[in-house]
Design a protein around this ligand. Sequence first.
Ligand SMILES: [Ca+2]
Ligand SMILES: [Ca+2]
Ligand SMILES: [Ca+2]
Ligand SMILES: [Ca+2]
Length: 321
Amino acid sequence: MKKYFGIMVFAIFLVGCGDDDNGRGGIETVPPRPLSEVALEDDEEIRLFLQTHYYNYEEFNNPPADFDFNIRIEEIGEGDEDKTPLMEQVEQFSINISAEDFLIAEGEDNIPHNYYVLTAKEGAGLNPTFADSTFVRFEGSLLNGQVFDQVTTVSSFDLPSFQVPGFGSMRAFRGVGEGIQRLRAGDLIVDNPDGSFEVPGRGIGLVIFPSGLGTFNGLRSPIPQFSPLMFKLEILTTIRADHDNDGIPSFMEDIDGDGNVINDNTDGDTFGLGILPNYLDNDDDNDGIPTRDEIIIADDGTLSFPDSDGDGMPDYLDADS
Ligand SMILES: [Ca+2]
Ligand SMILES: [Ca+2]
Ligand SMILES: [Ca+2]
Ligand SMILES: [Ca+2]
């Protein structure tokens, strides 16, 4: 806990100055620590947590009649020594993060960040892609169990939003977007007589990620700086979005194939203060012909991409054809 002491004092100072709680004041005045150093430290903390805790897997394996399908995590203590630790039940993934993703310190590119996903109940539907629009329930907490955000009805998450650089509210929880993609959605939506609904086939799981996939050095009370985070997730449905309605599903507008649609902007054009990436642009090569008129959509929905001048660049991305 010692390392947080100075930060607590700073947080109190910020409140005293009437700053908002989104941490922007802190970003300008607290120098961020190196991503690589924090990533290793966070991973150690997460792995220790996974080795010393277990979840109610026995209930998920043989659900009692009144089971609420909530993940409950306990510390392995006296009488629990025979429980299987989370470490043996999670899958480990890794993605690279660069300092520029936070619009902060320079010089640290492609630093590996491990995150861990537990599938407590496999969904009956599809895996969301990185460009899908999803409907989920979630509960976000610190590793000590303190809950800082929760939606028990339904929340809509457009997954590309988690990859917009900077400290926007979504990028600060990129690990959530990654976790959602590793779980499966439900299939059928069942309406209840009282007007509510349920998705019995929904996927239920947990993602635990380092602060480089979270708020990092941002101040978002009550999350301390450089804090690993944990989210329980229920994936209700996922929609293969076509954000710009040009006929090409958004996940197919990731031209460089890096799992991120924000950084693909063939014609380099802008919109307002930001860029207009292909997945939001209905004329990707800016030749005045809508993408929809430069591709072929068969009756069964199959797409094909003509290349009239044969230069290897399909017409819809090729300004001179
Ligand atoms: Ca599209
Ligand atoms: Ca991309
Ligand atoms: Ca075009
Ligand atoms: Ca061409």
